[in-house]
Write a protein that binds this ligand. Structure first.
Ligand code: ADP
Ligand code: KDG
Length: 312
């Protein structure tokens, strides 16, 4: 079985019991989130293996996250615990159209304790792809050093690298994000980005220009209900989104990434990868929560119409 590795913070998520401004929300439902953990769950549900590298608080919420990740079948052998920093949490606000807004309580993050020297040299030995997300890079200043160490380990083994900028302007400034991402772009094979995010990060530069300057094999642009487009050095592939009623779009991008990477490692062509990725993104958007809607392979195939659903 193919195996991916990713690194990042995870949080206890408080999902609002109703839509609208947070100050009018009287109660919340506890769940688990975090972009990189969502991605790892997405890959695991699709029957590949995922190793999640992290550090969480040695507290009740940390235990919840650890058990949750284990329960999803994720390899947690590289998850550290710290007694010094509490596990991160965040509250989510949801608008009527399903769009989400995050209010974080994650500074300091337990990842402060996951320094470069604590990364095991053999961590990528059994891995087929390394996935890095910008949320991780935003959380602590030293995370770029840790990420660059993982990237060096991946490159030494010829392991492809995917990167989702996952720009979170509540965690840092656009200038800081741009400067840090510059260090990552030259090493990546797949850039999985939102359309608005691409425009913010590259300020009017064309896809072709970005692709050529950093030698990125594929730039995959996610366009919400417009679907997605993939650009290779020579071709462009467009695919419409599935038609759904969005309830909570938080996590749709992670689902898309997981299905795209799954399909890429599976050897599917780009059109098929886009179909699966749009399907996974849409399914997550139809369910409240960041990862609850991540489909199994069978659910995904049923949704995109490859398999008939027999329910009785
Ligand atoms: P990101 O969170 O990375 O900005 P998007 O919001 O663009 O990502 O969503 C990622 C993918 O999820 C989209 O490319 C699409 O495939 C799917 N998706 C998201 N929102 C919708 C929607 N309202 N209808 C159908 N598909 C959606
Ligand atoms: O992509 C979804 C994530 O953003 C969410 O689960 C948590 O906001 C979050 C983060 O920063 O990881």
């Amino acid at each position: 079985n193919k195996r991916i590795a990713t690194i990042g913070d995870a949080m206890v998520v408080f999902n609002p019991s109703k839509t609208g401004p947070l100050r009018f929300v009287p109660s919340f439902e506890r769940a688990v989130g975090g972009a990189e953990l969502n991605f790892a769950i997405g890959v695991t549900r699709l029957d590949m293996e995922a190793k999640w590298i992290s550090c969480i608080g040695d507290d009740e919420f940390g235990k919840l996250i650890y058990n949750f990740a284990r329960g999803e079948g994720i390899d947690v052998s590289h998850v550290l615990r710290t007694p010094h920093i509490p596990t991160s949490i965040y509250f989510k606000e949801i608008r009527e159209d399903g769009a989400g807004k995050s209010f974080y309580y994650r500074n300091p993050s337990p990842l402060l304790e996951l320094t470069e020297d604590r990364i095991d040299e053999s961590v990528l030995d059994d891995v087929d792809l390394l996935h890095i997300s910008g949320v991780y890079l935003a959380v602590c200043e030293h995370n770029i050093e840790v990420a660059l160490k993982l990237i060096t380990l991946a490159q030494a083994k010829n392991i492809p690298i995917s990167f989702d900028p996952n720009l979170r302007l509540k965690l840092w400034t656009i200038e800081d994000a741009r400067a840090v991402y510059e260090k990552v772009y030259p090493s990546i094979n797949l850039l999985l980005t939102g359309q608005d995010e691409f425009e913010l990060l590259f300020e009017g530069r064309t896809i072709k220009d970005v692709q050529e300057s950093y030698k990125i094999d594929e730039i995959i642009v996610k366009k919400g209900e417009q679907g997605a487009t993939v650009y290779t050095a020579t071709e462009q592939y467009d695919r419409e989104a599935f038609s759904i009623r969005a309830i909570d779009t938080v996590g749709a991008g992670d689902a898309f990434d997981a299905a795209y990477v799954y399909s890429y490692l599976n050897g599917d062509d780009i059109v098929e990868r886009l179909r699966l990725a749009n399907g996974a993104g849409a399914l997550v958007a139809t369910i409240k929560g960041d990862n609850e809607g991540l489909p199994s392979l069978q659910e995904l195939r049923q949704f995109i119409g490859d398999e008939k659903l027999i329910e009785r």
